[in-house]
Design a binder for this molecule. Sequence first.
Ligand code: MG
Length: 436
Amino acid sequence: MAKFAGAFRVGAAHTERIIVSVLSRIELYHVAVPLPTPFRPAWIPGLPQTHNRFDLLRLVTDDGVEGWSAGPAMGGERRGLGDLLGPYLLGLDPTDIETVQQRLREMSYLGLRNAWIEPAFWDIKAKLAGLPLYRLLGGEDQPIRLYASTGQLRGPAARVEEVARRADEGFRSVKLRVHADSLEEDIAQVEAVTKAFGDRIRIGVDANQGWRVTAVAKAPLWDRVRARRFADACADLGVAWLEEPLAMDDYDGLAELTAAAKLPITGGELHTAGWPELRMMIHRRCYDVFQPDAMFTGGVAQTLQVIEECRAHGLRYTPHTWTNGIGFAVNLHLMAVGGDPDGFLEYPLDPPSWTPRFRDAILTEPFNHDRGTLSLPTGPGLGFTIDRSALRRWGRRTSVITAGRLALRTLRDKGPRVAAELARTRRHTAGPRSTP
Ligand SMILES: [Mg+2]
């Protein structure tokens, strides 16, 4: 019976049939949305980012229901991923998330973690249920308060001006990035902002030390002493939270700092091992607030486990969202399900390059904030519609996988005898299409 847990019922009771959708088509696109000016992300010092770049996944069931997701990309590193997806995912009941999770796990054994694919299955599952995802997961319709998440490095004076603009737009919380060479410069920036706005804007600070990238330009790597001194200074200045002050796998250092600090220590956005690692970190109280991004940290299903475990241990959850419009949507739904009721959701915003227009460029309706808050999507599934003309303009289809194409490729690669053997085995292990 478990196999049909996600199925839906049609018809009058006496002729009732259980219909199971089957995943029959997978498409991949590479999308590169040009930005009006290069964006220089604080988390990759020295890199001018000219495009909002991601790989887009489109799933289609045999009854025509679509599921979408998107994984951030540096370039064409996922070329060829379609070869892997077909044999693992085609033919699945897309509402059977447990099996989807198992398939993604099997795909990861050779080193390719693709948590970002899983939310597309939830998109289908919620569409089949006729509900927005957050409703399917038990969340309530509520306005979500946002914090403006800055993305680039700035000096103290420019940062004060930037926060003033966000305050004028209605934000009540803003997150800063500090990456100066010296601790003193970092503290000076925080001090300038908290002195100007501390009484009316909740200020968070992201040190971006969790997954430091120094491949392009040099950048300081903090040790525990610097992290502790900075945390103490932030607490004295009334900062609301300090994010990722140490490497994300320095579990001992994080647990020590979180226990000692006088302000909440937060993090967890890129723990790609997902639930098993986050569970251990919750038990060790490595952060006060866990911020896993479902697109990296095991998908929606594993985030639900994190939410429950945080609750059980008196810790809080508010997701990281900085990828693209689709990643933002997935984490927005999860915020509505299990987000810290006193918390704010990350809203990536760094004009002129990183705005809803460019972040959400392939969605018909960007997630525009209204005075620092956002209404939840009302449509079924993830609640957005793909703008097909924008996708044609900025996207390039890189893979189409169907059962027929997969069979042909197997025939070509392995020869008729092995292809026939594989087809027989697959038929034998596949579940029934529908049951009377
Ligand atoms: Mg962060």
